[in-house]
Design a protein around this ligand. Structure first.
Ligand code: ASP
Length: 342
């Protein structure tokens, strides 16, 4: 007899489990297990659900690499006993966390699905119930007794996306996320529309490898017309800095002024990894297409191609934690490791 899929629900915090503080009126993280009792629908799902809650649930604005390591440890410790994982998380930094976990969990053969909501689960008009119930249903999908999805995803407002392709674009609407450079994997309507040809293909023979060490000696710099040498050189000369995600214009273009190029060149020769990502939501960096990016290509700037900034900064932290040689780093970064870039 086939047993029901077992899903572990990991509550890290976020609006989904928050309640209004009576004195201040502000939303605060709350004991989630109590709230779960108020969703009797969960008992109707065709799977077994267990829950694990962070000891101190957080607003995801307080997210950091230690919390990511805690999530990864929870998944690792429960990996053999569950068929899928649903991570309840605040929407503010959900794309960063989904990206980070996609790199920290190598050779996944089970789904890890992030979800949350814009309104608390106790609110009458909440979007939490649909997000939670469908995320659990999708995490339970199986084919020949094995999980159908084997990657880190994000489910929000009727769509399942590859987690490391997403970005939060709306602080107001229930449709808070988009995946600008990769199509959605599943759409929930009357039926689940499953685009399995878009799923990440993994080699079943490789077992799960967990990476808990990320290096956060990194920075994101967004270029803007008028950015000064004083500001940029102050950042580039931070002693402990090892990598920068440089948000450039259009297809990866930046100023060709002498001081800027000298700054880049000096930074690269002292070993700083500089990743070129575009400020545009859609499309890719293509260094060499314009004169304004040709020199960057020659200097050895790394192309982020069509990666999101969220995936770029977490991939940078992950790869810096992997002791990859200076020579190999560019090549490895420019390779898609978990479907995060073309
Ligand atoms: N501030 C909340 C958080 O990210 C917002 C949300 O949950 O949607 O934790």
């Amino acid at each position: 007899m086939n047993s029901k899929p077992k899903i572990l629900l990991i509550y890290t915090g976020g609006t989904i489990g928050m309640r209004k503080d009576f004195e201040t009126g502000a939303l605060k993280a709350f004991n989630f297990s109590k709230l779960l009792h108020s969703i009797p629908e969960l008992k109707l799902l065709d799977c077994e659900i267990d829950t694990f809650s962070f000891e101190n649930p957080i607003d995801s604005s307080n997210m950091n690499p230690e919390h990511w390591a805690e999530m990864v440890c929870t998944i690792e410790n429960n990996y053999e006993n569950f068929d899928g994982f649903v991570v309840l998380h605040g929407s503010d930094t959900m794309s960063y966390s989904a990206s980070a976990l996609s790199f920290m969990l190598e050779n996944l053969s089970k789904p890890v699905i992030f979800t949350g909501s814009q309104l608390p689960i106790g609110d009458l008009r909440t979007d939490a119930k649909e997000n939670l119930i469908t995320a659990i249903q999708i995490a339970s999908l199986q084919e020949k007794g094995k999980p159908l999805i084997k990657e880190v995803c994000l489910y929000f407002e009727y769509k399942l996306y590859r987690g490391n392709r997403t970005t939060k674009i709306n602080a107001e609407h229930f449709r808070a996320f988009v995946s600008p450079n990769y199509p959605f994997l599943v759409e929930s309507g009357v039926h689940l529309k499953i685009n399995s040809e878009l799923f990440l293909q993994t080699n079943e023979r490789n077992s799960l490898r967990v990476h808990k060490h990320l290096d956060n000696n990194v920075a994101i710099i967004k270029m803007f017309p008028g950015i000064s040498e004083t500001v940029l050189s102050a950042i580039f000369n931070i002693e402990s800095l090892k990598g920068i995600v440089l948000e450039t214009y259009g297809a990866g273009n930046a100023p060709t002024e002498e001081w800027f190029l000298t700054l880049l060149q000096k930074a690269i020769s002292k070993g700083l990894r500089i990743i070129n990502v575009t400020q545009c939501s859609i499309g890719s960096v293509s260094m060499g297409q314009y004169e304004t990016s040709t020199i960057m290509k020659k200097l050895g700037i790394i192309s982020g191609k069509d990666i999101t900034t969220e995936a770029a900064i977490t991939k940078l932290m992950y790869l810096l934690g992997q002791n990859i040689t200076q020579d190999d780093f560019k090549n490895v970064f420019e390779t898609s490791l978990r479907g995060e870039m073309q």
